[in-house]
Design a protein around this ligand. Structure first.
Ligand code: MG
Length: 368
């Protein structure tokens, strides 16, 4: 089987709530998604998607996905998409870094491998380790009262896990965490994600200010070393996200005891092939994971579901159903959140999704 054509589509994904805000005054109102279609001479087609959280979150941006694909796609024509190791080596040889550009191609080739084998991707990634995948709800940064009201509303939608967007002014963040803690129910889980927004002294103030609250602290500061310093002065459970962008830093962080859990984003590490490696190492090291992506629509949500479903249940902290945050469907067959706040990967070959062509329009790139 050979890759004969790689196409990309640009699609806007507006938000149901109008705006998503996080640390340092960052916000997005419409997400800029890139959908990738990989065609083969066997008549099997695979789909992938990359949707960065704007240009100021990770070293990734939406137009960069398309620019990178223009560079990379011509060098992949003729390769066998089922050989994920060869494919990833070819991508890394052709373009240094830029994992977010490679992720949608890698995911599309997993989709092809699953379709060729007649198996869902979760089976190829290790098999279903749970019946359904527990979700968390990200709570956009607003006033403490508004965020607590959102948590109350999300609980009615079935969610029991919440990730508060903090990383603002320390006193306000302490108030946000305390206000949301008051509206939680028994068994609910809360994570305060600063998204690198605090300096070390601000992080120290917040972790001291909420030391009696049952809350996880996620990625307080910009650098790994700053986060490690905060980690060593708090007893609160600790998650690293932005800094854990590949295996080398994960190994160092395991050695340093730098966290209790990681946030594993598929496009941050370059696709399902590399995410699976990190997932498996994390499991062996006893680290739980939030499995998700920077953002996305139906295709990203499907890829998340397959990776999460094949992760040992005790190590899956939560996953994300990004397709329920937006107003636009881009693929049929993607998992949908159930009334209890879970989703389930499709039990169909590959990712189990089919593009809604009219939602995508004409390709902005086609190489073959
Ligand atoms: Mg995070």
């Amino acid at each position: 089987m050979r890759i004969t054509n790689i196409s990309a589509y640009q699609v806007d994904l507006p938000l149901k709530e109008g705006r998503y805000s996080w640390s340092n005054g960052n916000f997005v109102e419409t997400f800029d998604a890139t959908v990738v279609e990989v065609e083969t001479d066997a008549g099997i087609t695979g789909f992938g998607e990359c949707t960065p959280l704007g240009p100021a979150y990770l070293p990734a941006y939406a137009a960069g996905v398309r620019a990178g694909l223009r560079e990379l796609a011509p060098k992949l024509i003729g390769l066998d998409p089922r050989d994920l190791g060869t494919l990833n080596a070819a991508m890394d040889a052709a373009l240094r870094g830029h994992p977010y550009v490679k992720a949608p191609i890698d995911v599309a080739c997993w989709d092809i491998l699953g379709k060729a084998a007649g198996l869902p991707v979760y089976r190829l990634l290790g098999g279903a380790q749970m019946r359904r995948v527990h979700l968390y709800r990200a709570v956009s940064q607003q006033s403490p009262e508004e965020m607590a009201a959102k948590v109350t509303a999300y609980r009615k939608e079935g969610y029991t896990k919440f990730q508060l967007k903090v990383g603002g002014e320390a006193d306000a963040d302490i108030a946000r965490i305390k206000a949301c803690a008051k509206v939680l129910g028994p068994g609910d889980v809360m994570d305060a994600d600063a998204n690198t927004g605090w300096t070390m002294h601000e992080a120290a103030r917040v972790v001291n200010g909420v030391r009696d609250v049952d809350v996880y602290i996620e990625q307080p500061c910009r650098t790994y070393e700053e986060c490690l310093t905060v980690r060593r002065r708090t007893a609160l459970p600790f998650i690293l996200d932005e800094n854990i962008d590949g295996l080398p830093i994960l190994l160092r962080a395991i050695s340093d005891g730098a966290m209790d859990a990681i946030n594993l984003k598929i496009s941050k590490v370059g696709g399902l092939t590399k995410a699976r490696l990190i997932r498996d190492v994390a499991v062996e090291a006893g680290l739980a994971m939030i499995i998700e992506d920077t953002w996305g629509g139906d295709i990203v949500t499907a890829a998340i579901a397959h990776l999460a479903q094949s992760t040992p249940a005790e190590f899956l902290f939560a996953a994300t159903d990004f397709n329920s945050y937006g107003t636009k469907d881009i693929a049929k067959g993607a998992p949908k959140r159930d009334k209890d706040g879970f989703m389930t990967a499709a039990d169909r070959p590959g990712l189990g999704v089919e593009l809604i062509r009219e939602a995508l329009g004409e390709p902005v790139l086609s190489v073959g």
